[in-house]
Design a protein around this ligand. Sequence first.
Ligand code: AMP
Length: 616
Amino acid sequence: MGKISINIATGSLQPKQTIVGIDLGTTNSLVAIIHPDSRQPIVLKEVDQTTLVPSIVHFGQEGQVSVGNEAKSFLVSDPERTVFSVKRLMGKSYADVEDASSFGYEVIDDGLENLVKIKVDDTFYTPIELSSFIHKSLKQRAEHLLKTPVTQAVITVPAYFNDTQRQATRDAGKLAGLDVLRIVNEPTAASLAYGIGLRPDEEKTIAVYDLGGGTFDISILQISGGVFEVLSTHGDTYLGGDDLDKAIVNSWQAEHALGARVSTDKAFGQSLRLLAEQAKKELSERDRFDTDFEGYKLRITREAFNGLAAPLIDKTIKACDMALRDAGLAPGAIDAVVMVGGSTRVPAVKEAVSRFFGKPVSDEVNPDEVVALGAAIQADILAGNNKDVLLLDITPLSLGIETMGGLMDVLIPRNAKIPTRAGRQYTTQKDGQSGMRISVFQGERDLVKDNRKLAEFNLAGIPGMPAGLPKVEVSFLINADGILVVKAKELRSGVEQSIEVKPQYGLTDAEVESMLLDSIQHAKDDMQTRALVEAQTEARQLIETTRSFLSKNGSMLDSSERAETEGAINGLESRLETATKDELQHAITHLNDISRPYAERVMDEAIRTAMKGRKI
Ligand code: AMP
């Protein structure tokens, strides 16, 4: 019997599993849900009211693992066992990691595997394992607060993450005991948190400006019919609020001649950094910051701070400009600018971004939480709780049928919005052909044998007609439930046949991803194979039509014409399987050249005969 859990905090029944939204950030991570009663997205807070879990993992000498604030306290005292910024290493090879020495811990290239590992004492950890510790901690936090097991999650990643990085993120969730229902782009989640893209009829182009502690991203998204498409991304993986803190520290250092002390006294330097961050945050609210620290009067005005921040802000605006250019858009084409990341609280940042795009920015949602909140909204949609939202989906893989030579003929391309329909006409290859086999495949490869077969049926009862005369319309319809209905109808006689399939059935996201990857890897081979198969098919058809022509009209050719044609046919036929595409095309042209003159003669004769019998 299934258990019904009760949320102690709210007293509400929770018959269904809550799917959490997780934003695993470079600096901080968060977990959010849709509140079962208010139906509003909320981030899960600890008793101390903190919502952010620093993305830091510490390994104690006895092997005990701590995550978050507890781990953060070891950054200075035990840097070799304290791992931060793991997100920067996800799915990366040693060669991808620009400067491994900038991490306080040891990044290892063991030469055996492509992906980096981190060595703590004598143990090697992959970034996936390290991230999984953070996921586990977020999962526990959620379970503790919700008083119910949490096993399903939606996890966000930067829009520029490649397949390996996305897979690594998924694996990290899995390792933490989470079933990762979907990997969502961070800008998409941010957009959802602002309610943008929730209506199926919505058409918008938006910019998501994300300035965090150590990274900057700008993404341009096009939203249409519930589908989010990333038009372009730009950014700097080493630019953020930390640079503002450093700029303040440098200005104080210069003013009070602190350079020597900072370079020798680590703790003093760390305290200065923390004070600089505090100053920066206060300057988001006030015009000046003043404090006394170990006898030094540390002060800064907002005006002076804006001067220090200007070069950094300029860099981000240049990236916005490049992202727009890549998307082929002018600033005026952007309908909304969504602000993400703690550093977008800096007034000078907001002003510069708003000036560049020529409109006020969207900043009402807490910029630290906006991505996690959006992930929770996506989770809720997947859970089917949000009945107002039509869960519009896209077909992850192309759908088509097998044509001559085992080629894939795509009717509905991948990423098509559903519901959708498509149709195409086909004809018979042989005179009097009474049936036609319709084989439905899914996948991106050019040959159906490399794709996944979904269904097959036979359209029978086509009335006897010469080859090429019947018109068989094959139509694909994917309805809102994701069911594919394939119909074949011979238009002249009205004979029809149809079949229903569920393309997604039994296919995991990972399998979809691997099928896509396959198609990219084989794209060049596939293109060549397709060209060869097409040439072979054309050659076979030409051989057949020329032979049937000879048998019907042989008497109208002289013996040398007949011998030459038969020689060309036999030559082409003998090399069908061995010749290259170019050789086949050459032989096809040759046979066509030989037969053209008498084919024209026969045609003229046929017309003359037809005219003779006609009375005007
Ligand atoms: P995130 O990576 O999104 O958590 O962003 C953290 C960054 O935002 C850090 O550099 C913080 O110092 C910065 N930040 C947080 N609050 C403020 C604020 N009120 N004003 C300026 N920067 C802030």
